[in-house]
Design a protein around this ligand. Structure first.
Ligand SMILES: [Zn+2]
Length: 243
């Protein structure tokens, strides 16, 4: 019986490995279609999660305005309710704002009703504050299961993942972040892909998270890109191209 048990255990492990991959690997399409990045290697989408946040979000707006770059902000609904003026400033500057749930839970472990509520409540917070419809959704931690993507579709939201992540929520320096960003963009270009970068102007632990290294790294990246043929876009541009 031992070999059969081993085989059964091995296939169970493989199945759970595949599930973990589908639920957590940012570019996995196994649980449903998600938007990552098209084959346009000169394009870069800067996306910022977990805001709006005191100080960092507004500094970031200054940096982006200086270089005339449009970015995308996936906001947490409860923070939007607490800082509506920051969310409005982001929208007024012409950036795209997406849904990042109301309270940033790990969605795969939640009930279908809770998942739907998290997405719908964040949509309501954004639409009440901004007066415009929300088109994009990013699951917290990129984690999902089929129902998460279905709930998003039911609310007319396209789920957006990423292909560059640089751990900017951990203590680090702008120089180290810049280095990781450059390596990621270079790797995507060699593969013929656009870059979809996730950075963080806030943090799910609460308002006031220190994210100035992210702002400084963004400023340095934009300066570096001045002399290259980089085109900054948003996931909405990619969506428009496929519609
Ligand atoms: Zn997040």
């Amino acid at each position: 019986m031992q070999p059969i048990t081993t085989i059964a255990a091995a296939s169970l492990l493989t199945a759970s490995g595949a599930c973990a991959y589908a639920a957590l690997w940012p570019q996995s399409q196994l649980f449903g279609k998600v938007l990552v990045a098209p084959r346009r290697p000169r394009q870069v989408a800067l996306t910022y999660d977990d805001g709006p946040n005191d100080i960092a979000t507004e500094r970031l707006l200054e940096v982006l305005a200086r270089e005339n770059v449009r970015a995308t902000f996936f906001m947490i609904g409860s923070f939007v309710r607490q800082r509506p003026q920051i969310a409005r400033a982001v929208a007024a500057a012409g950036h795209v704002i997406g849904n990042h749930t109301m309270t940033h839970p790990w969605l795969p472990w939640q009930s279908a009703a809770r998942i739907h509520q998290e997405l719908a409540d964040c949509n309501a917070a954004l639409e009440d504050t901004l007066g415009t419809a929300v088109r994009l959704f990013r699951p917290p931690h990129g984690a999902r299961r089929p129902y998460v993507l279905r709930a998003a579709r039911e609310l007319n939201l396209t789920t957006v993942q990423w292909n560059i992540i640089v751990s900017d929520w951990k203590p680090t320096t702008p120089a180290e972040l810049l280095n990781r960003l450059e390596r990621g963009i270079g790797r995507n270009r060699r593969r013929g892909k656009a870059s979809n970068i996730v950075l963080h102007d806030g943090g799910d632990q609460g308002l006031g998270q220190p994210r100035l290294p992210t702002v400084e790294a963004t400023a340095s990246l934009l300066q570096l890109c001045r002399s290259t043929s980089t085109e900054f876009v948003t996931p909405l541009d990619w969506l428009a191209a496929t519609e």
